[in-house]
Design a protein around this ligand. Structure first.
Ligand SMILES: Cc1cc2nc3c(=O)[nH]c(=O)nc-3n(C[C@H](O)[C@H](O)[C@H](O)COP(=O)(O)OP(=O)(O)OC[C@H]3O[C@@H](n4cnc5c(N)ncnc54)[C@H](O)[C@@H]3O)c2cc1C
Length: 386
């Protein structure tokens, strides 16, 4: 495929116009299967790992190409593939810091969706303050022996592999005693227990490790150097994620407005008519603000100026815009949001109620809104630490 960005984008658009784009089921297990099949289709079309090295099964193109592909997917109302944790978070770290065998053997299967990955970072006592993690790994000959517990591990019950942060030197300063290991989820001693979210989905798990033996060659980066591996991709991936999600919100907003129009807007002088117009106005303004911010993000990405603390402005704004859009739509659903398969004002209650509930998670995962505010105040504004 061509590397000129505009030509590349139109090639993607042409491919998508002919592609058999799947409909995403609401049921989690069905959704998982459909999106895994879709991942294989995207992989075979050269649409995954676009900015990764060719050695890792990628295309060796830029982050802007990767972004163009993701945006075109959203504009075509095509879903993202299932293995986003592998694709967005774990894979780029292995590509950058991993050993040759890890890149060659693990990454092509990660890209194709043959292997689903999970990210075992958070623990019951270590979320925002991740460096406080306590899951231990002790070297015993050529193997690490791991004991401890993770939580909120998305897709752990479906995953073949886990990128796991473990404490390998309890005596060192907390950031300095952590290692990054690749763990085969079929190893004896691993027990994932799914947790039910308020959406009704069981997407993430508690994961228990009881003397799990992992070969030393599964270490990524240096022993006790896991913190650098864990944090390196977050900036670039966060910027790309913001840009992609902006398009998702734009499409969701367009869909909602189209449904309201098809149904027929209530007259403006009625209470409901005013409410609908206020909701549309608020969501529209939120999208415009996000659009203005993301123009700067594209420029920063093109200039290689990520990660910077400015990424936290994007993440914070993203959290707020998602919650404004889906919150406003949920308000319009009123009590019907709890009634399955109803269509108040022409809005499908199942879809919008689910997206509203899921939007509550945005201000938690990938660094909470409070943590983004801390970063902005301390590192961008130079305010004293609280
Ligand atoms: C949908 C979803 C998927 C997730 N998937 C994964 C996954 O796959 N793998 C994984 O490892 N983790 C995952 N997480 C976990 C996520 O990274 C953590 O929830 C997040 O880092 C926050 O940690 P915590 O839940 O322990 O909250 P805490 O850190 O305990 O925070 C509790 C509250 O205190 C606030 N707070 C904490 N510290 C400060 C501070 N210094 N200043 C101001 N306020 C503060 C927080 O903002 C929050 O409001 C997921 C979370 C969600 C919601």
């Amino acid at each position: 495929m061509t590397t000129d960005l505009a030509e590349y984008r139109s090639g993607v658009r042409a491919w998508l116009a002919d592609a058999d784009i799947p409909t995403v089921p609401l049921d989690l297990d069905e959704r998982f299967d459909v999106l895994r099949d879709w991942q294989r289709v995207l992989f075979e079309a050269g649409g995954l790992g676009i900015s990764w090295s060719k050695e890792a099964g990628g295309q060796g193109l830029s982050h802007l190409h990767q972004l163009a592909f993701a945006e075109e997917l959203a504009y075509a109302r095509a879903p993202m593939p299932i293995g986003l944790i592998g694709l967005d978070v774990v894979g780029p770290s292995i590509d950058e810091f991993g050993q040759q065998w890890q890149r060659e053997e693990l990454l092509p299967k990660l890209l194709s969706g043959e292997h689903i990955w999970c990210q075992g970072f958070s623990e019951p006592g270590a979320g925002s303050d991740l460096a406080s993690l306590r899951t231990r790994a002790v070297l015993d000959g050529d193997e690490f022996v791991i004991s401890g517990q993770k939580v909120w591990t998305s897709w752990a019950h479906k995953a073949q592999w886990c990128a796991l942060l473990v404490r390998t030197d309890p005596a060192a300063h907390k950031h300095a005693g952590i290692s990054y290991l690749l763990v085969d989820m079929s190893t004896p001693g691993i027990t994932p227990k799914p947790l039910e979210q308020m959406t009704g989905d069981r997407e993430f798990c508690e994961v228990f490790f009881d003397e799990v033996r992992v070969p030393r060659r599964n270490l990524v980066g240096e022993l006790n150097g896991g913190w650098a591996v864990a944090t390196h991709t977050l900036g670039i991936e966060r910027a790309a994620y913001t840009l992609r999600r902006r398009v998702d919100y734009e499409i969701a907003f367009e869909d909602a407005v189209a449904a309201l129009r098809d149904h027929g807007l209530p007259a403006p002088e009625t209470g409901l008519g005013r409410r609908v117009r206020i909701a549309i106005g608020k969501a529209h303004v939120a999208l415009k603000v996000l659009g203005a911010q993301t123009q700067k993000t594209v420029a920063r990405l093109a200039a290689g100026e990520v990660p910077t603390p400015e990424d936290s402005v994007d993440k914070l704004l993203l959290n707020e815009v998602e919650q404004i859009i889906f919150g406003e739509i949920a308000e319009l659903l009123g009590p019907y949001r709890a009634v399955e398969e109803s269509r108040p004002l022409g809005l499908a209650s199942d879809r919008w109620a689910h997206d509203h509930l899921y939007s509550r998670a945005t201000s938690i995962y990938g660094g909470t809104s409070q943590i983004q505010r801390n970063i902005i105040s301390e590192r961008l504004l130079g305010l004293p630490r609280g």
